[in-house]
Design a protein around this ligand. Sequence first.
Ligand SMILES: O=P(O)(O)O[C@H]1O[C@H](CO)[C@@H](O)[C@H]1O
Ligand SMILES: O=c1cc[nH]c(=O)[nH]1
Length: 320
Amino acid sequence: MASILPASNRRMRPDKNTYEGKRSVYVKNPYLDAMDEDILYHLDLGTKTHNLPAMFGDVKFVCVGGSPNRMKAFAQFMHKELQLEGDGEGIEDICAGTDRYCMFKTGPVLSISHGMGIPSISIMLHELIKLLHHARCCDVTIIRIGTSGGIGIAPGSVVITDIAVDSFFKPRFEQVILDNVVTRSTELDKELATDLLNCSREIPNFPTLIGHTMCTYDFYEGQGHLDGALCSFSREKKLDYLKRAYKAGVRNIEMESTVFAAMCGLCGLRAAVVCVTLLDRLESDQINLSHDVLVEYQQRPQLLISNFIKKQLGLCGQMS
Ligand SMILES: O=P(O)(O)O[C@H]1O[C@H](CO)[C@@H](O)[C@H]1O
Ligand SMILES: O=c1cc[nH]c(=O)[nH]1
C-alpha cells in the first residue's frame, strides 16, 4: 500500500531556488553522524582513507550518465572547454579501484557513470550525495546527460525534463523501504530547465524541447518494445500506450529520471535531466543508427551542458 510522504521525505528546499546564496547538500540519516568512518564502497572512497573536502570541496557541477565511456569523454571535453592545463587525455578515473562506476574531475565539474536503471543509479546517488556532504560542497547543480527513446519527435532531439513520470504517467517515484512503499515527488528545478532551454537556443541547429520524461523499470516490456525476448502485447496495444503517453505530455522514455529527481530533490541538489532521443518510438523499436550518428547524438547533451556550465562560470565569450 502506498503511503503519503512522511515529514522526513519532504524535499529540502533551504531557500528559494536561486542561484545565489549557499545551498548545502543534505543527507537525512541520523545514523551517519555517529559513524566513525563512512566507506563509500561502490566508489572506492571513504572518510578515513581520503580527504574528501580537499578532493571535492570545490565541486559545483555534477554530470551523470549511464555509460563510463560517455562520462570520460564528457570530462575530456570539459577539460578542453574550461581550458585547463594539459590536454586532458590522461585524465584519471577517481574510482579506478572499483569497476562499478567511474568518476572524473575537471575543475569544478565532476563526471560520473551510473549504469543502467533505477537500482544502479540509486546506489551511486546515495554514495555521491554522501560524498558531496562529507566534502562540504555547496550550491551544487547536478545534471543527468543521457539517451532516450523519443515519442512523436525527431530522433536527435534533446529533451529537457520538466517532470519525470512513472509508467502510469504519474509524477512520482515509489521507493520500497522495508515492506512499505513510500511515494516521493519527482519535481525538477523549473528555473534550471528554462535556463537550459534558453542556452540551447544559442546553439545553431540544435533541436531542443521541454517535456515530461517517462522512467521505466525495464527497457523492453516496460517501454512497449516489440523486439525483446518476451513480448505479450500487440503492436496496436504498444502504439495505444505510447500515444496515451504523448497525450499526457511525455516526450521521451528512459530508465533513471524518477529516482534521480526524487533523491536530488530531497537532498537539496538543483537537478536537471537532459537526454537526446535516439529514435521515435511511434516509428520503430530498434536503434539502428550508425556509430558516427550515435556518437554525435550523445554529444548533444554534453555540448549544451558544457555551454551552460561555461556561462555559469562567467566564461560566456567562449561558447562552442
Ligand atoms: O544513456 P543512458 O544514460 O545510459 O540512459 C538510457 O540508456 C539506457 C538503455 O539503453 C538506460 O539506462 C536509459 O536510461
Ligand atoms: O528507447 C530507448 C532508447 C534509449 N534508452 C531508453 O531507455 N529507451
